[in-house]
Design a protein around this ligand. Structure first.
Ligand code: ADP
Ligand code: MG
Length: 377
């Protein structure tokens, strides 16, 4: 099943606030449009009705305001998960300034079942479907990668059975037939939702502990939680199998630095983040342009790691997380502008189908045997 309409789908989600900037931000009743009335120079509010100024208007797949975690999951992610179970790569990405709700949307509030985010809900759905689709045998593996200042960290390297020493020298690799993978990133087989949730929890803990140890804010890194799915028909004669990757991505805060006062570690982090987000944008825009032969994936770890999971052959959904407050309006405009550029990208997802050579040989031997028998009659 292909998700979406053959285009990158972009949603806007407002973080709830008591100080919503009515008059400055307007969400239209169509549930898809956000209008902003703001002039940078004068910082004056403009009346939408007097016709003096047309607003900045942003049209998205959907505007999520006062919407439950459950509804966010079903509108944003459910189709992508279903697609992944059918063999289509899928990526759901949250971006926006720090504090706007990316981690809340992706992971949710730990301990509060109702407030769990996209990742735990996606894991629940994956295992429910695995139970339902009895004609296939599935294998599911998880990985959890953090990218901080262009260094890759394996958030699940401390889990029993994975090799610690590898997590230091991780490299993004590409192989024909296998696609893009990260050498040294631990992959964990999971058979039940509960085991998957334990791994997610462990990864979250490692993210927090790691950032404390390095004395940095955890919102300064990108995190990619990946579900690797392989499914085979239970009929032995079928040598084909399909694979897919579902990437659930919590991007680093996109806020720009103030003009003064940033130095040292903060400046370095911001420089890396700006660079990787702008290459992410370039890569996605290049994918959209059929005349462009070269897509600059290798410029940063983020785009390289997601090379086969952005636009193109993939169901891709962005969530632009924003504040609805006047004090944050410039960052909000910048996030919405980024979102508008992303939504122009076309996608053409295809199933990742492979042939198992061992099974293929068995199948051919069987056919040869049958032909021989027919001839000898
Ligand atoms: P980010 O990851 O973008 O930096 P967070 O997800 O950590 O931001 O959100 C910042 C705070 O706001 C957290 O305390 C979070 O629980 C809260 N929050 C964000 N979005 C929502 C929401 N839609 N509903 C309730 N609380 C939210
Ligand atoms: Mg966060």
């Amino acid at each position: 099943m292909k998700a979406g309409s053959g285009q990158v789908a972009v949603f806007v989600r407002f973080r709830p606030t008591a100080n919503f900037a009515h008059g400055l931000i307007e969400c239209l009743r169509d549930g898809k449009t956000v209008n902003i009335y703001y002039i940078k120079d004068s910082r004056r509010l403009q009346n939408s009705k007097n016709g003096l100024l047309s607003p900045l208007s942003f049209q998205m797949e959907g505007v999520l305001q006062d919407v439950s975690q459950e509804e966010v999951y079903s509108r944003v992610c459910q189709q992508v998960v279903q697609g992944a179970l059918d063999g289509y790569n899928g990526t759901v990405m949250c971006f926006g300034q720090t504090g706007a709700g990316k981690t809340y949307t992706m992971t949710g509030s730990t301990g509060l079942y109702k407030q769990r985010g996209i990742i735990p809900r996606a894991l629940q759905e994956v295992f429910q479907e695995v139970e339902k689709r009895t004609e296939y045998s599935f294998s599911v593996h998880l990985s959890y990668l953090e990218i901080y200042n262009e260094t890759m960290v394996d958030l699940l390297s401390s889990v029993q059975g994975s090799s610690q020493q590898f997590s230091r020298g991780m490299v993004v690799m590409e192989e024909p037939g296998r696609g893009v993978f990260i050498r040294g990133l631990s992959l964990h087989p999971v058979h039940r939702e509960e085991d998957a949730l334990n791994l997610l929890f462990e990864g979250e803990m490692n993210r927090i502990i790691g950032s404390h140890a390095m004395n940095r804010n955890s919102s300064r890194s990108h995190c990619i939680f990946s579900v690797h799915i392989e499914s085979r028909s239970r009929t032995m004669s079928d040598a084909k199998y399909v694979t897919s990757k579902l990437n659930l991505v919590d991007l680093a805060g996109s806020e720009r630095l103030g003009k003064t006062g940033s130095e040292g570690q903060i400046l370095k982090e911001a420089t890396y983040i700006n660079k990787s987000l702008s290459f992410l944008e370039q890569a996605i825009l290049a994918l959209a342009d059929s005349r462009r032969e070269h897509v600059p994936f290798r410029q940063t770890k983020l785009t390289h790691a997601l090379k086969d999971s952005l636009g193109g052959n993939c169901n891709t959904v962005f969530v632009a997380n924003i504040y609805g407050e006047a004090s944050q309006i410039e960052e909000t405009i910048s996030t919405l502008r980024f979102a508008s550029r992303m939504k122009c990208v076309r996608t053409d997802p295809a199933v990742n189908e492979h042939v198992d050579p061992a099974l293929q040989i068995k199948k051919l031997q069987k056919e040869v045997q049958m032909l021989k028998e027919e001839l000898s009659i």
